[in-house]
Design a protein around this ligand. Structure first.
Ligand SMILES: NC(=O)c1ccc[n+]([C@@H]2O[C@H](COP(=O)([O-])OP(=O)(O)OC[C@H]3O[C@@H](n4cnc5c(N)ncnc54)[C@H](O)[C@@H]3O)[C@@H](O)[C@H]2O)c1
Length: 347
């Protein structure tokens, strides 16, 4: 650990031209993942250099992750580090060759509520040990600017009051996944307090869109409906989600990245990033049926353990702080997702 720190200190801290600090590198963890891939593309499109970190695990289809990476690899300013964020020494050693990276978007995690019932230790490793390794990385960088990290709407647990506000109670998680995401927020707060690491946590609400995650309802439903197979609908479909289109999430991440907390003491804050609409699950199914031209065969099952009935994001603080404004409703976003799915899977 000390060796790595000494190496950081020997490196120049700024690239400067005519007295200005030039755009420098952004570290994106989880770059092979759904959101990390899109955030990396957007950063590269605006000329930033991106160092991506991902272990490319087999939680879901590795071919999809590799396909995302193949697209990123076309950019000269993208480098992938295949590393486990829960192995701190190896991670820091692998990152050392890039010099101090002062802006980090930390999206790598073991995601998914239901899988946390089957593989609880995977969540502690990736989401707790991994988060700590990123915090330790950031606090060692002289002049570190901003760590933006992924939290989740699941921290609101079974809260009944809608919409969910960042002021609401978040001490009653109903899944281990949610508990790890809340723990990340608390760990981040302590590092802001102890070491002044500037940080923003983003509670994402059901993100969807092209290159999306195969374990999520929209993907599973689309796949099954196109194949003429039944879909599992929980709680008789009496569920509501604030579905957030990926482009809106990317705009939020980039918007907040350039707005580090400066007034807050300690320099840490948390925002909801959602679409600000709670949509019935049955509406989602209807939209997929329209986009595919097929009728869903529904199998009704009781609500799953760890699941919540409704989510709905109050995004006023994000609007005020960095102009967050979601633009894509599911009527527009679902057909875009289905079109991507059909093309990618030739379905
Ligand atoms: N997609 C959503 O709706 C949603 C909602 C709330 C929160 N989030 C959070 O947003 C972040 C990104 O989610 P996503 O949907 O892109 O998920 P994803 O699973 O597609 O991406 C996560 C990536 O992290 C990588 N990863 C996992 N463990 C790792 C480890 N130990 N070391 C290095 N890499 C590792 C995986 O290989 C994967 O590519 C996650 O933190 C997730 O919990 C997502």
């Amino acid at each position: 650990m000390r060796v790595a720190l000494a190496k950081f200190r020997r490196r120049p801290l700024f690239v400067s031209w005519n007295g200005c600090t030039l755009a420098m590198t952004v570290l994106v963890t989880g770059a092979a993942g759904f959101i990390g891939y899109h955030v990396s593309e957007a950063l590269l499109a605006r000329g930033e250099t991106v160092v991506g970190v991902d272990i490319v695990n087999a939680y879901y289809d590795v071919a999809l992750k590799e396909a995302r990476l193949a697209r990123l690899a076309k950019h000269a300013k993208f480098t992938l580090v295949r590393a486990d964020i829960a192995e701190p020494e190896q991670l820091w050693a692998a990152l050392d060759r890039f010099g101090p990276i002062k802006r980090v978007v930390h999206l790598a995690a073991q995601a998914g509520v239901r899988y946390s019932l089957q593989q609880p230790f995977a969540y502690i490793q990736a989401n707790i040990v991994g988060h700590l390794a990123i915090l330790e990385y950031c606090r060692r960088i002289p002049g570190f600017e901003h760590l933006v990290y992924a939290s989740s709407s699941s921290v609101y647990g079974g809260n009944e009051k809608l919409p969910f506000s960042v002021e609401d109670r978040v001490d009653r998680p109903v899944s281990l996944y949610a508990a790890t995401k809340r723990a990340d927020e608390l760990m981040s707060h302590s590092y802001a307090h102890l070491y002044g690491v500037p940080q923003t946590g983003l509670r994402f609400f059901t993100v969807y869109g092209p290159w999306g995650r195969p374990d999520m309802a929209m993907f599973l439903f689309t796949k099954a409906i196109l194949a003429g197979e039944p879909i599992r609908v929980f709680n008789a479909g009496a569920m509501e989600r604030d579905f957030t289109y990926i482009d809106d999430i990317v705009a939020g991440v980039l918007g907040v990245l350039r707005t580090p907390p400066t007034a807050e003491k300690p320099p840490h804050r948390v925002f909801n990033l959602g679409n600000n609409h709670s949509e019935p699950l049955l509406k989602l199914i209807k939209l997929i049926e329209q986009a595919t031209g097929k009728t869903a065969k529904q199998i009704h099952e009781p609500m799953q353990m760890g699941d919540v009935r409704a989510t709905f994001a109050d995004i006023d603080p994000a609007r005020a702080a960095f102009g967050f404004e979601p633009r894509t409703d599911i009527d527009e976003g679902v057909p875009k997702f289905v079109a991507w799915y059909r093309e990618f899977y030739n379905a």
